[in-house]
Write a protein that binds this ligand. Structure first.
Ligand code: GMT
Length: 402
């Protein structure tokens, strides 16, 4: 932690010496995340799985098991945050309950680094937990994912507490250079490192399933797919508008994967534009690779997007992406090679890009380039060691101080 308890001199004297850091010693890491379908929870879960595979011990902490956490991956353990119930507590004190759970995994499971995904409310709870266990060492790493900076970073009901907790952390990372720049500016942080999101190229690979495709689309249909948490920032009505423009030009179908507040707006827009019979709402699924693989185009017309993990997963499944040129998307999608980028709201431009992908030769080239970029630039083998190195670095800093 950046700061110890109230009496730092005494605390430092009593602090157990942190172990010297050998690159081979297994790490004991708690990964805190939102368990719902958002990309930050997916990334935290995948990171836990990768750390476990590589011999470290990962403790996933949340209020329910994350959607994509497989039942018993090696070296990965789930810890549920228990909430108190009392007539006075109209709003359950989640941060206190989370801090208590983090302290528990630090004390009884030997966790030495707590890595929180999505700063709100996790960073505040982690910093509190580290202060609670001091003088025992517990390092705090925060990964910023998107709206924790671009929306909640400006929300004056919490922004001071958020900025304070980020300054108390041992390391802050962001999933794209664009988000890191926004965080530096908003929170006045000197050091925000960029560690991009990643995919496991083995599980996230093309799954050819003609029967599944036949159940969702007619032969000759161009299959567009959108996957998200259906929040306003995704511009869900634009997904349907782009699709309707494509469907005016050729046979096509739109698959909507996920769930969220804008689903009703999508249904309404599809009815208004006369394409409701060609828009299929698939709901939430744990195993998305077979569904992504059905698509010819992944459509992401967001207002803002720090990274676009769902687009990266589509690319890994050989699906080129049509998206907006906002936030971190240009860091992931190479315009004209692995997809097309248009300004937000450019319905005609995005529809034209989708139609270009109806050409089999263009599609085959871009699909293969998309997979290649996903694996080489964002494969787990390339990115996960950067997190491991960061954990060892913050632990070594602790050892130096103790
Ligand atoms: O920030 C959010 O809106 C939620 C967050 C999430 O949990 O899904 O999404 C963000 O994090 C993802 C994982 O890093 C990124 O792929 C998304 O682009 C990002 N969403 C936005 O920036 C809107």
């Amino acid at each position: 932690m950046a700061e110890g308890p109230e009496a730092p001199g005494d605390a430092a004297a009593a602090a157990p010496k942190a172990r010297p850091q050998s690159a081979r010693r297994p790490l004991h890491v708690a990964l805190v995340c939102h368990p719902t379908q958002g990309g930050s929870g997916v990334l935290a879960t995948e990171l836990a799985r990768e750390l476990g595979r590589r011999g470290s011990i990962a403790h996933v902490v949340s209020y329910q098991p994350p959607l994509r956490l497989p039942r018993f991956p090696p070296n990965v353990f789930f810890h549920e945050v228990d909430l108190p119930s009392h007539p006075l507590l109209v709003h359950a004190p989640y941060e206190m309950a989370l801090a208590t759970k983090i302290v528990e995994v630090a004390r009884y499971e030997g966790v030495e680094v707590v890595h929180v995904h999505y700063a709100v409310p996790h960073a505040f709870a982690a910093v509190t937990a580290a202060a609670m266990v001091a003088p025992a060492p517990l390092r705090v790493v925060v990964t910023l994912h998107g709206t924790d900076v671009t929306q909640l970073g400006d929300d004056e009901t919490i922004a001071p507490a958020l900025a304070w907790s980020l300054r108390k952390c041992d390391a802050v990372t962001a999933v794209s250079a664009s988000l890191a720049a926004a965080a530096r500016e908003r929170f006045g942080l000197d050091h925000v490192r960029v560690i991009p999101n990643f995919v496991d190229p083995v599980s996230m690979r093309p799954h050819r399933d003609p029967a599944l495709r036949a159940s969702l689309a007619a032969p000759g249909d161009l299959v567009l797919l959108h996957a998200s948490n259906f929040r306003p920032v995704k511009r869900i009505p634009d997904v349907v508008r782009v699709f309707a423009a494509v469907a005016r030009a050729r046979p096509a179908v739109l698959l909507m994967l996920g769930d969220g507040p804008e689903v009703a707006a999508a249904h309404r827009m599809a009815r208004e534009l006369g394409v409701a019979d060609r828009v299929h709402f698939l709901g939430m699924h744990e195993d998305v690779a077979p569904l992504l693989s059905v698509a010819d185009v992944f459509l992401l017309p967001s207002e803002t997007e720090s990274f676009g993990l769902a687009a990266l997963e589509a690319m890994a499944c050989e699906v080129p992406v049509v998206a907006t040129c906002v936030g971190g998307l240009p860091e992931v999608i190479e315009h004209g090679r692995t997809g097309w980028l248009c300004p937000p709201g450019d319905i005609e431009g995005m529809a034209a890009a989708c139609l270009r992908l109806a050409d089999p030769a263009t599609h085959a080239t871009m699909a293969s380039q998309a997979r290649h970029r996903a694996v080489t630039a964002f494969g787990a083998a390339r990115v996960v060691p950067r997190y491991e190195a960061l954990y060892r670095e913050v632990l070594a800093a602790e050892a130096g101080r103790a």
